[in-house]
Design a protein around this ligand. Structure first.
Ligand SMILES: [Mn+2]
Length: 382
């Protein structure tokens, strides 16, 4: 069985308020070409399809269109689980419609899917979270565990036992398989090589050693592609650079050939970078305006740092922002103390807090008019 593994699409996600939907569309076109070239039997999408539980209509439209495109209108099977960013119920709302184009969407852990045909894919047997799949005469057992929070699993994890408990759930899940077929697990959680408990985004970590021994584990959650070879467990990572910290590694999807008996072959396919995140530094306001101008036609998201002795005028900001790809202007005031330290706003009065906040955010002191306006708005009754 040949699988294409991807995750963390985060449709609808923005960068400093800027939409990424065009890049997300480009990714889907890119992915469709990969599907046409690699001809996988099955596509696994390991969660965080959307960036929020209530995605925009635009993001949802793209999702539905994506399913049609990447499944090549139902020729290639697709299985999807929700991640921590998704609302499982909403994600799976279209499940009876997309069934006909060979798409299976889970809404929650332990869900029992209906047996039968899903276009070219067939569920031969169904268990809690597990399905015995048949695709063009090849069989495979797939266990799906959507983002396993306490609420989703309806249980409370004992302190320090999260990793063990998740391992137990996965091992019990695959025990339902009685056939000599490849076994694959798909889940959305934080896996760590560390041996101590750590937290990421409020979710606990699962230690590599607690993962079950199966032919492949398709992981979602971490945006950087990663392999835990001892368990044949991989994060495909997100398809797009979603933060500037993601600009230092390639985005990928994985093509996985599972032959059974742990004979698994993993191939990494790099994705195009549709609009990279870049940082530039101007040594003066004039230079910053020049830089901004010269980059107008470039498909790049730009963080522009400006070294300056004076505060930025709004006319300067306007000139810089003629380049629509500038996501943030970061003034570095020379010869003044920097405002790096965290300020406890509850400890100072509201006007001081506003001044501090403004200086912190924009690196400049607000004008008299702005201060007056602010005082008017909050009703200066101190
Ligand atoms: Mn996630």
């Amino acid at each position: 069985m040949k699988i294409l593994h991807t995750s963390d699409w985060h449709f609808g996600k923005k960068l400093e308020g800027m939409k990424r939907i065009e890049e997300q569309e480009k990714f889907i076109n890119n992915l469709k070409k990969i599907v046409q070239g690699e001809k996988p039997d099955l596509i696994l999408i390991a969660g965080d399809i959307f960036d929020t539980p209530n995605p925009s209509a635009e993001a949802e439209t793209l999702f539905f269109e994506s399913l049609k495109r990447i499944s090549l209108n139902g020729k290639v099977g697709v299985v999807i689980i929700p991640g921590n960013h998704d609302n499982g119920e909403r994600l799976a709302a279209s499940k009876s419609l997309v069934k006909d184009i060979g798409v299976i969407i889970y809404k929650e852990p332990y869900e029992i899917k209906n047996v039968g045909k899903y276009s070219n894919m067939e569920i031969l047997e169904s268990f809690q979270g597990g399905i015995l799949l048949k695709i063009s005469e090849k069989k495979m057992f797939l266990y799906c565990l959507p983002y396993p929070s306490e609420a989703a699993l309806n249980e409370t994890f004992e302190d320090g036992k999260y990793s063990e408990r998740i391992g137990e759930i996965l091992k019990e899940g695959i025990e339902n398989n009685k056939e000599d077929v490849p076994v694959v697990v798909m889940t959305h959680l934080f896996v760590t090589r560390e041996d101590k408990e750590v937290e990421l985004g409020g979710s606990m970590a699962v230690k590599v050693k607690d993962l079950p021994d199966v032919d492949y584990i398709a992981l979602g959650h971490i945006h950087k592609p990663m392999k835990f070879t001892s368990k044949r467990a991989c994060y495909s990572g997100s398809p797009i650079e979603y933060r500037s910290t993601e600009k230092n590694f390639l985005k990928k999807v994985f093509i996985v050939q599972v032959n059974g008996n742990f004979d698994t072959n993993i191939k990494e396919i790099p994705l195009e970078n549709y609009k990279p995140i870049k940082e530039y530094i101007g040594n003066s306001i004039e230079e910053a305006i020049e830089i901004s101008n010269s980059l107008k036609e470039k498909e790049e998201w730009i963080y522009l740092k400006i070294k300056t002795k004076t505060h930025l005028k709004s006319s300067d900001i306007r000139k810089i922002k003629e380049n629509k790809n500038i996501v943030e202007i970061i003034p570095i005031l020379l010869g003044e103390e920097t405002y790096d330290e965290e300020i406890d706003y509850s400890e100072i009065n509201i006007k001081e807090a506003f001044l501090e906040f403004y200086k912190n955010k924009d690196g400049i002191t607000p004008s008299k008019e702005i201060i007056n306006l602010f005082e008017k708005l909050v009703g200066d009754d101190e």
